[in-house]
Design a protein around this ligand. Structure first.
Ligand code: ADP
Ligand code: MG
Length: 698
C-alpha cells in the first residue's frame, strides 16, 4: 500500500507533454520562446514549431504512441479526433516516423459532417484545426492528442473552444485596464479560473441494456417512481460501496496520468448519483480536462460493469445532475481577485470585481440562462432539487450587508463616514464557510469564487464559461472607461459601487430558491424566468446581446446566429429521438406485455369461474388493465400523428416550437398511461427494469 501511495506523485501527468518534460527535452532558448508564445507575447515561428514537434514526436514514440491527432470540440458538445500515424514511407520501401511543425500547428479535417448552423456549405466543407498551445499535448492509448480550436475555411468559429479563448482575452484585457486605473501596475495578464464539479449516475450495465430509452436518449422515458427514492437523504456523502470505490479509484488513476487533478469524490443526493471535482485551473484547461473526465467516467464505468449517465435528468422525480462551475479571476501575480482579503486596498479591488459580476449577471441574465439551455436541463431546472430558471445571486449575510451599505452609503456620502468609505476601514475577513450555506442558489458567492450551478452535467463547460467571461468583461469595460476618466479614482469607485448596489439589488437573493414564493417574488422584482429552452435560446438574437458578443470580439453576429441555429436543431433532433424511442418501446415492449397480462387475467377469470368462484377481483384487475391499455393505445396513436406532423413546419424555430408544444406533452401522455400500467401489471411480465432496480441495485 505504501509503495502505491509513494508512486502517486510520479504517476501524475506521466502522459502529458508538460513544462517539466519540455524543459528536459528542448533547448533552453526554444523552451523560453515557447513560453512567450503561450503567454501571447511572441509569434510561433516555423523553426520553433519544428523543434517542438520533433521533441513531441520523440517523447510520444518512447511512450508507445503510433498516431497523433488534432483534438477539438465541435458544436456537438463532444470532442472529435481523427488519428494520423507518424509513418511516412520512404523510397526504398521502408518508413520513417515523421511529425513536423506544420502538422502540429494546423490540420484540415473534412468539416462537412459537423454542425455549422449554415456557416459552411457542404461544397466548401474544409475546416481548419489550429493548435491551442495553452493546453498541453497528452497521450491516451497509442495516440498523441493535440488540443485544437476548430474553424471554417473563412475563419468562423465552428467549435466551443474558439469563443472561450477569445473571451479569456477579453476578460484579461478589461481586468488589467481596471487594475491599472486602480493603481495596480504589476499585473499584465489575468486568467479566468474554473473548477467544475461533475455529477453523474452509475447504472448496472445489465439494466441499461434492457432500456432502449437509456441507450438511445440517455434518460428514462418510462418508469413509475420507486417506492423508495431519496427521501431518507441517506445517500449524500454516505459510505462508498466497494464496487463504486473501485470504479472511482480507476477513474482517478486514469485522470491523474492525463494531468487532470481529480480531487474530490463523494456520493451525491440521489441514489446511484455521484460527484467528482478537480482542483481548479484556467477555464480553457479545465474545460479540456472536464471533457476528458466525462469520457473517462464513461469508459471506466464499462470496465466495471456500469454505465455512466451524464444526462441532466435520467430519472423523473429524482435529483438531476449538474456541473457546478466554480469561477474566479487570477492575476499573473497569483492574486485571486474575488478573494475579499484583509486590507483596504484589496477591499476596493475585491468590491469592484464583485460588483462587476453582480451587474453583469443581472444585466445579462438572459444570456447566462441561454448558456445552459438544452433539452436535458429543460427536464432538470425547476424540478427536484435543481435551481429554478430564475437567475439570482447568493451573497451570504455578511456580503449582503456590505452590498446594502454600499447602496446606502452613497445617499449621503459627503457627510457619512460609514464603515465602507473606501480606504478608511476594512472589510471584515469573510470566513469561507459562512458564505456557502445556501445550496439552492443558481449563482452563489462561495468565499472566494462564484459558483454557477445551473450548468447541465452533460454540457461542455466552454459555453457557460465564455458567457461569464464575456458579460463580466463587458461590465469591466464600462468601469474601466469611467475610472480612466476620473480625477479622483477613489470617489469614482465609490460612485460606481453605489450605483451598482442600487441598480442591481434585485438580483441578490439569499433565501430558498426552490420555494414557490420565490417565483412570485422574482416576478415582482422583474427578474426573468424563462422555462422554455427555445425561448431562452431566442434571446441570444436580441440586438443588445448580439452587440455584447461583437463588442467583446467573442462571437460575430453570423457566428452567434449560426450557434443559435445549431442549438435549436439540436433541440429538435433530441426530441425527435426521444419521441421515436417512446413509440418504439410503447408499441413493441409495453403494450405487448399488457396484452399478455390481460390474457392471463382473462384465463384466470375463466378458470376461477369454472371452479365455481365469482372472480370479482380478477375482473376488476382486468378492467383496470384494459382501460389503461386503451388509454396507452390512444396516446401512442396521437404521438405517432404528432411525430409525422413535424415535417409540416417550415423554419427551424417553428419546428423547435412544435417539438416543445406538441410532441413533448404527447410523449408525457404516453408515459403517464404506461407508468400507471407498470403499477398494476405482473412484475414478471414487465419488460423494463424498474426505477427501484436501477437506482438501488449495485
Ligand atoms: P462544494 O462545497 O460546492 O461542493 P467542492 O469542494 O466540491 O465544493 O468543489 C469546489 C470546486 O471549486 C473545486 O473544483 C475547486 O477547485 C473549485 N475552486 C476553488 N477555488 C477556485 C477558484 N479560485 N476558481 C475556480 N474554482 C475554484
Ligand atoms: Mg460539491
Amino acid at each position: 500500500m505504501e509503495t502505491a501511495i509513494a508512486k502517486l506523485p510520479d504517476a501524475f501527468g506521466v502522459n502529458v507533454f508538460s513544462d517539466a518534460v519540455m524543459q528536459n527535452r528542448l533547448p533552453q532558448d526554444v523552451y523560453q520562446r515557447f513560453v512567450e508564445v503561450r503567454r501571447g507575447d511572441a509569434e510561433l515561428t516555423v523553426s520553433i514549431a519544428d523543434a517542438l514537434a520533433g521533441a513531441m514526436k520523440e517523447w510520444a514514440l518512447e511512450k508507445g504512441a503510433t498516431h497523433y491527432c488534432h483534438w477539438f470540440q465541435p458544436m456537438t458538445g463532444l470532442t472529435a479526433e481523427k488519428h494520423e500515424s507518424f509513418i511516412s514511407p520512404t523510397a526504398d520501401g521502408k518508413s520513417v516516423m515523421e511529425f513536423s511543425g506544420k502538422e502540429l500547428i494546423k490540420g484540415e479535417p473534412d468539416a462537412s459532417s459537423f454542425p455549422s448552423g449554415g456557416l459552411r456549405a457542404t461544397f466548401e466543407a474544409r475546416g481548419y484545426t489550429a493548435w491551442d498551445c495553452t493546453s498541453s499535448v497528452f497521450i491516451k492509448g497509442r495516440t498523441m492528442y493535440i488540443p485544437c480550436a476548430f474553424c471554417s475555411y473563412t475563419g468562423m468559429a465552428l467549435d466551443k473552444k474558439t469563443p472561450l479563448l477569445r473571451s479569456m482575452d477579453a476578460i484579461s484585457r478589461q481586468v488589467v485596464r481596471v487594475l491599472r486605473a486602480l493603481g495596480v501596475k504589476d499585473v499584465n495578464k489575468v486568467t479566468a479560473t474554473l473548477g467544475p464539479e461533475q455529477e453523474y449516475f452509475l447504472v448496472d450495465q445489465h439494466f441499461f441494456q434492457k432500456r432502449l430509452d437509456l441507450m438511445l436518449a440517455g434518460r428514462t422515458l418510462f418508469g413509475a417512481p420507486s417506492p423508495r427514492g431519496q427521501e431518507l437523504e441517506d445517500h449524500y456523502f454516505g459510505t462508498l460501496h466497494e464496487r463504486i470505490a473501485a470504479f472511482m479509484h480507476e477513474v482517478n488513476t486514469e485522470l491523474w496520468k492525463l494531468g487532470v487533478s481529480a480531487k474530490i469524490q463523494h456520493n451525491e443526493v440521489a441514489p446511484a448519483q455521484y460527484e467528482l471535482a478537480p482542483v481548479f485551473t484556467s477555464v480553457n484547461i479545465a474545460t479540456d480536462h472536464n471533457q476528458l473526465t466525462m469520457e473517462t467516467l464513461q469508459k471506466v464505468a464499462q470496465r466495471h460493469g456500469f454505465v455512466c449517465l451524464l444526462h441532466e435528468k435520467p430519472f423523473v422525480g429524482v435529483n438531476g445532475s449538474g456541473k457546478h462551475n466554480n469561477w474566479s479571476l487570477m492575476t499573473d501575480t497569483g492574486h485571486n481577485l474575488l478573494d475579499p482579503g484583509q486590507t483596504p486596498h484589496d477591499n476596493m479591488v475585491f468590491l469592484i470585481f464583485l460588483c462587476a459580476v453582480i451587474r453583469a449577471v443581472d444585466k445579462y441574465a438572459n444570456v447566462l440562462r441561454a448558456s445552459v439551455a438544452n433539452t436535458g436541463n429543460e427536464c432538470r431546472l425547476g424540478a427536484n432539487e435543481a435551481p429554478p430558471t430564475i437567475i439570482s445571486i447568493f451573497l451570504g449575510e455578511q456580503l449582503t450587508e456590505i452590498f446594502e451599505q454600499l447602496a446606502a452609503g452613497g445617499a449621503n456620502s459627503s457627510k457619512q463616514s460609514g464603515p465602507l468609505r473606501l480606504g478608511i476601514s476594512t472589510l471584515p475577513p469573510l470566513p469561507k464557510d459562512s458564505t456557502d450555506r445556501n445550496r439552492t442558489s443558481p449563482f452563489a458567492f462561495t468565499g472566494n469564487k462564484f459558483e454557477f450551478r445551473m450548468v447541465g452535467s452533460s454540457q461542455s463547460c466552454a459555453g457557460p464559461a465564455f458567457v461569464i467571461n464575456t458579460i463580466v468583461a463587458d461590465v469591466l469595460n464600462e468601469i474601466a472607461a469611467e475610472l480612466e476618466q476620473a480625477d479622483d479614482v477613489r470617489a469614482a469607485v465609490q460612485k460606481i459601487l453605489q450605483k451598482i448596489a442600487t441598480d442591481h439589488a434585485r438580483i441578490v437573493f439569499n433565501g430558498d430558491n426552490y420555494c414557490h414564493e420565490w417565483v412570485q417574488e422574482a416576478a415582482r422584482r422583474g427578474l426573468p424566468n424563462i422555462a422554455s429552452t427555445i425561448d431562452s435560446i431566442e434571446t441570444l438574437l436580441e440586438e443588445e446581446n448580439m452587440k455584447l458578443f461583437e463588442r467583446n470580439r467573442v462571437l460575430s453576429r453570423t457566428e452567434l446566429e449560426a450557434r443559435t441555429e445549431i442549438l435549436l436543431e439540436n433541440y429538435i433532433r433530441t426530441i425527435h429521438i426521444e419521441a421515436c424511442t417512446t413509440l418504439h418501446m410503447a408499441k413493441r415492449q409495453i403494450l405487448p406485455a399488457c396484452v399478455k397480462y390481460a390474457g392471463k387475467l382473462a384465463a384466470a377469470i375463466v378458470s376461477v369461474q369454472s371452479a365455481g368462484g365469482q372472480a370479482d377481483s380478477q375482473k376488476k384487475m382486468l378492467e383496470k388493465v384494459c382501460g389503461l391499455s386503451d388509454e396507452l393505445h390512444g396516446a401512442i396513436d396521437k404521438l405517432d400523428e404528432k411525430v409525422k406532423g413535424a415535417c409540416n413546419n417550415k423554419s427551424t424555430l417553428e419546428k423547435a416550437r412544435y417539438s416543445r408544444q406538441d410532441i413533448i406533452p404527447q410523449m408525457n401522455a404516453v408515459r403517464k398511461a404506461s407508468d400507471e400500467l407498470e403499477m398494476v401489471v405482473d412484475a414478471d411480465l414487465w419488460p423494463l427494469p424498474t426505477y427501484a432496480e436501477m437506482l438501488f441495485i449495485i
